[in-house]
Design a protein around this ligand. Structure first.
Ligand SMILES: [Fe+2]
Ligand SMILES: [Fe+2]
Length: 320
């Protein structure tokens, strides 16, 4: 696609891009505010199940028998909650790169306010239902938040836009599937509501990425490729994340197949990445690199699925 009126599109500085994208931010902010419905976190929490804990109020200490959740559902809820907990760091990251002026600033604060509900609601649910050890949870939050979050795309607008587009969708899918695995309708309902928010966030960022592709196609294409190739979940800094991520993958909450089919590909398809004309030089090279990477990811996903199925069958045979 040639961009009329912007002869030096490939030379756009970050400040130029922020300014050129401003109308797209405005339009999508307006759209977002129309479709994002107000919701009340307190309505989703089964307060009647709550009991005082030991300590200050002299209630009953948590014990493992209190939790009705499977081990993997618990792990997944903790990962999702700790991820949400790091909101102050995410806010800092996006406020730094998007700025706090005009429509960009309005979005940064709106987004932050909406995200703030997620940790509140999930923590309330987990504590009221005694699904997790509250002391371990609080210590994990302190450890995780004390480390902060620094994006690999720090200060780079296009890479940041690409990252958040995929990350919001990844988070949406992770919440939704965690809810399904929880075995509790109340939990599923809450996480489905959170997932709806993440979906609208994804749409917002994806539309900005589409706008960037028009303004600076080659640079945006490069940013997308680099981000997809190096993608890490926002919670990757959580203690023992690797082990937890494997547990979630084995359970099918978030695995390579889901990452390929339900997170990366839908965004690439929506942006028509593989059938957009007008790329040249490094942009074309980046698209080829992305195609190769996606084919490898697909093959790895299949290998993982086959291994997982074989393990399941072996375990079933052992169980008799
Ligand atoms: Fe969130
Ligand atoms: Fe979000």
């Amino acid at each position: 696609m040639t961009v009329v009126g912007i002869p030096s599109a490939s030379k756009l500085s970050q400040t130029d891009l922020l300014r050129e994208l401003e109308p797209v931010v405005e339009e999508n902010l307006e759209r977002h505010l129309k479709v994002a419905k107000e919701w009340m976190p307190h309505e989703y929490v089964p307060w009647s199940q709550g009991r005082d804990f030991d300590g200050v109020l002299g209630g009953e200490a948590w014990e493992p028998g209190d939790s009705k959740m499977s081990d993997v559902a618990r792990t997944s809820l903790i990962v999702n909650l700790l991820t949400e907990d790091n909101l102050p760091s995410y806010h800092h990251e996006i406020a730094t790169v998007f700025g706090r002026d005009a429509a960009w600033g309005t979005w940064v604060h709106q987004w932050t306010a909406e995200e703030g509900r997620h940790a509140i609601a999930i923590r309330d649910y987990l504590l009221v239902t005694r699904a997790v050890d509250p002391v371990a949870l609080e210590r994990a939050r302190m450890t995780h938040m004390s480390a902060g979050f620094e994006s690999a795309n720090h200060d780079d607008l296009l890479r940041s836009l690409a990252y958040v587009s995929f990350q919001e969708l990844a988070t949406r899918i992770s919440h939704r599937n965690t809810g399904r695995h929880s075995g509790d309708k109340v939990c599923e309902q809450l996480l489905a509501r959170v997932a709806q928010d993440e979906n609208l966030h994804m749409v917002f960022y994806r539309n900005l990425l589409a706008g960037s592709l028009e303004l600076a196609p080659n640079e945006t294409m490069r940013a997308i490729t680099d981000v997809v190739k190096g993608f890490q979940m926002p919670g990757h800094g959580i203690e023992n994340f690797g082990r937890k991520a494997v547990q979630m993958a084995v359970a099918g909450i978030y695995d390579l197949r889901i990452h390929h089919n339900e997170v990366i590909m839908p965004v690439l398809r929506n942006l028509k990445i593989f059938d957009t004309a007008g790329l040249s030089g490094d942009g074309e090279k980046a698209r080829e690199e992305l195609a190769t990477f996606m084919a490898d990811l697909d093959a790895n996903a299949t290998r993982f699925e086959e291994r997982r199925e074989a393990n399941r069958q072996r375990a079933a045979a052992r169980a008799g």
